[in-house]
Design a protein around this ligand. Structure first.
Ligand code: GLN
Length: 552
C-alpha cells in the first residue's frame, strides 16, 4: 500500500485548533491499526523556533533527536504515542536555507532560482521524505497559518503540485474553518467558510472534507448549505464543537464520522478502532473524584503555552491519580521570601519551571526554600532543578554566594556551571545539550520508585550543569544524586531523602508524557501532592458528575 498524505489547512481565523484536529484524526487512525505520523509546516522565516521568545511562540518542543520544534509536535506525540523528529517540523526558514545552500553549492547548474519551482519542490521533498521512509501508512501534514496569508501561498501551491504528482487518490485535503454564531441574528453564519474555501480553490486546492468549528451544533440546513456552496458531500461537513477537554476531540470527531470518511476516500483497509484506553482516560480527566492545586512558578506564566507540555503532563498524572490538578500560576518576578507563604496558600505541590536568564531567580529560590522547609512536595525542572541545587548550596551547605555562572560569572561557588568539555564544544559552535540522553537511576530513591527501572532516557535542553568539582558538598550535606548520565558523569536527578517528595531533574520529563504513557515522575509528584492535600485539609472532593453537569 502506498503512503497516503492528508493535508490540513485552516481558514477564517487562527487558533481554531488545527493541531488538535490533526492529532485527533491521527489518534483515530492509529486506533484502527494504521501507522501514522504528523508533520507541521510553519510559514515563518526562522529556521526553527529555538531562538524565539516563549511569549512569541510558546514552548519549544524538543524531540528525541534534539530538534527544537513547534509545540504542536507535542500534541502529536501525546495523542499518537509516537516519536517525532526534525523531519516532522519544517519552516519556511529551513526551506529557504536549504535552497540557498544548494544554490551556493552550484546544485541548480546556473539556473535562476525561484519560488516556483525551487521552493515548492523543496517543500514537496520534505513532505515526501516522511512518506518515502516506508514507515507510515498515512502522513498527516498540518499547514500552519491561515489560507489567504501571503506566506502560506508556496505551501498551498506545493500541496497542489504534490496531489497531482502522487495521484489524487493518494491524498486528501481537509480544511478547518469557523462557522460563527451571530447572537443578534440568532444564527450560524456560513459565509466566512464559503469565502475561505473559495480562496483555497483559487489556489487550486479543493477541500474534500470540511471540519467546521462552531459554538453551536450545525443543523441539517446549515450542513447542506455548507456542502452545496463549498462543493463537498453532505457527510463531509464535520461539526467540531467546543470540548470538555482537548482529549475528548478524537471521540467527538469519531462521532461525526471523520475517520470513516477519511478511510473511505483514501480506500484504506483498517481494523475496527480500539479506543477503550482513550475513553477511560477522558472519563478520568472529565470526572475526577477531587481537586488539588499545584503552584507553577515561572517567568512566562502570563502565557500558558510557554509551559504547554508541563500542563499536559500534569493532566495525564492527574488522571492516573483520579484528581484534577489546578495550576496556580505564580510569576517568579513577584515572589519573595516575605510573600511566598501567602502566595502558596492552598497549594499542595510546588513546581519550579524551566527557563533562561537571571530574571525571577530570587523568586524561584524563595519557592524552593519554602517547599523544602515546609515539606511541600517539590518538583524542579531544568532551571527549577538548578535553583533547588543553588538554594541547597546556600542555605544548607552554607555557601552563601553559591550561584549558577549563568547569573553570576564571578561567584566563588559556581555550583551550576558550564562543564569544561562543554566549553570546548561551545568554541566549536555547539551550544546546548539537546535531545535524548541516558540516565542511570540509583536504587532506593524516589526517582527509582517512580521509574521502576535503573536506566531511563529523557530529553534535555540546557547549557549549564551541576558542577562536578563542587558536587561533593551537596552529598556531604544530604542531597542525593539519584540520576546520573553514564557517559559524561553528569548529575541528572537530585533529591532530598528526608523530605516527603523533593525531586529536581536536569532534563524535561514533561516532553515524554503521553496519554497512554504518563510520565512516572509527574505521576509520583501528583501522588505526593494529593497525599499532602489530604493530610492538610487542602483536598477538595468533587461530586463525580460535576463536570458532566457543568458541561450540559
Ligand atoms: N538556563 C538553564 C541552562 O541553560 C536552564 C535551561 C532550561 O531550564 N531549559 O542550563
Amino acid at each position: 500500500m502506498s503512503t497516503k498524505y492528508i493535508f490540513v489547512t485552516g481558514g477564517v481565523t487562527s487558533s481554531l485548533g488545527k493541531g488538535i484536529i490533526c492529532a485527533s484524526l491521527g489518534r483515530l487512525l492509529v486506533a484502527r491499526g494504521l501507522k501514522v505520523t504528523i508533520q507541521k509546516l510553519d510559514p515563518y522565516i526562522n529556521v526553527d523556533p529555538g531562538t524565539m521568545n516563549p511569549y512569541e511562540h510558546g514552548e519549544v518542543y524538543v524531540t528525541d533527536d534534539g530538534a527544537e520544534t513547534d509545540l504542536d509536535l507535542g500534541h502529536y506525540e501525546r495523542f499518537l504515542d509516537i516519536k517525532t523528529s526534525q523531519s516532522n517540523n519544517v519552516t519556511t526558514g529551513r526551506i529557504y536555507y536549504d535552497v540557498i545552500t544548494k544554490e551556493r553549492q552550484g546544485a541548480y547548474l546556473g539556473k535562476t532560482v525561484q519560488v516556483i519551482p525551487h521552493i515548492t519542490d523543496e517543500i514537496q521533498s520534505h513532505v515526501l521524505k516522511l512518506g518515502q521512509s516506508g514507515d507510515y501508512d498515512v502522513v498527516i501534514i498540518e499547514i500552519g497559518g491561515t489560507v489567504g496569508d501571503i506566506e502560506s501561498l508556496p505551501y498551498i501551491e506545493a500541496v497542489r503540485q504534490l496531489r497531482y504528482n502522487v495521484g489524487r487518490h493518494n491524498t486528501l485535503s481537509i480544511h478547518l474553518t469557523l462557522v460563527p454564531y451571530l447572537a443578534a441574528a440568532g444564527e450560524l453564519k456560513t459565509k466566512p467558510t464559503q469565502h475561505s474555501v473559495k480562496t483555497l480553490s483559487e489556489s487550486g486546492l479543493q477541500p474534500d472534507i470540511l471540519v467546521c468549528r462552531s459554538e453551536h451544533p450545525l443543523d441539517e440546513t446549515i450542513r447542506r448549505k455548507v456542502a452545496q456552496f463549498c462543493n463537498v458531500e453532505l457527510e463531509d461537513v464535520i461539526e467540531s464543537l467546543d470540548a470538555r477537554s482537548i482529549y475528548e476531540v478524537p471521540l467527538l470527531m469519531q462521532k461525526e464520522g471523520l475517520d470513516k470518511r477519511v478511510i473511505k476516500k483514501l480506500k484504506l483497509k483498517t481494523e475496527e478502532p480500539n479506543l477503550d484506553n482513550w475513553i477511560g482516560f477522558v472519563e478520568a480527566v472529565c470526572n475526577p473524584s477531587g481537586q488539588i492545586e499545584i503552584a507553577l512558578v515561572g517567568k512566562y506564566v502570563e502565557h500558558h503555552d510557554s509551559y504547554k507540555s508541563i500542563v499536559e503532563a500534569l493532566i495525564h498524572a492527574g488522571a492516573v491519580n483520579d484528581c484534577e490538578v489546578n495550576i496556580k500560576w505564580i510569576q517568579s518576578d513577584n515572589l519573595t521570601r516575605e510573600n511566598v507563604k501567602d502566595e502558596f496558600k492552598g497549594v499542595s505541590g510546588v513546581l519550579v519551571a524551566p527557563g533562561f536568564g537571571g530574571r525571577g531567580i530570587s523568586g524561584k529560590l524563595a519557592a524552593v526554600e519554602y517547599a523544602r522547609l515546609n515539606n511541600i512536595p517539590f518538583f524542579g525542572i531544568c532551571l527549577g532543578m538548578q535553583c533547588a541545587v543553588i538554594e541547597f548550596a546556600r542555605d544548607v551547605c552554607g555557601w552563601e554566594d553559591a550561584n549558577s555562572t549563568e547569573f553570576d560569572e564571578d561567584t566563588e561557588h559556581p555550583i551550576i556551571d558550564i562543564m569544561q568539555d562543554q566549553k570546548n564544544i561551545e568554541n566549536m559552535g555547539g551550544t546546548m545539550r539537546l535531545g535524548k540522553y541516558k540516565c542511570k537511576v540509583k536504587a532506593g530513591t524516589k526517582a527509582y520508585e517512580a521509574y521502576g527501572s535503573d536506566l531511563v532516557e529523557e530529553r534535555h535542553r540546557h547549557r549549564y550543569e551541576v558542577n562536578n568539582n563542587l558536587r561533593y558538598k551537596l552529598t556531604e550535606n544530604g542531597m542525593v544524586l539519584s540520576g546520573m548520565n553514564p557517559e559524561r558523569d553528569l548529575v541528572e536527578i537530585v533529591e532530598l531523602p528526608k523530605h516527603p517528595w523533593f525531586v529536581g531533574v536536569q532534563f524535561h520529563p514533561e516532553l515524554r508524557s503521553t496519554v497512554n504513557n504518563p510520565q512516572p515522575l509527574f505521576v509520583d509528584f501528583v501522588k505526593a501532592s494529593l497525599k499532602h492535600s489530604k493530610s492538610t485539609d487542602l483536598y477538595k472532593p468533587l461530586k463525580k458528575d460535576k463536570v458532566a453537569a457543568e458541561g450540559s
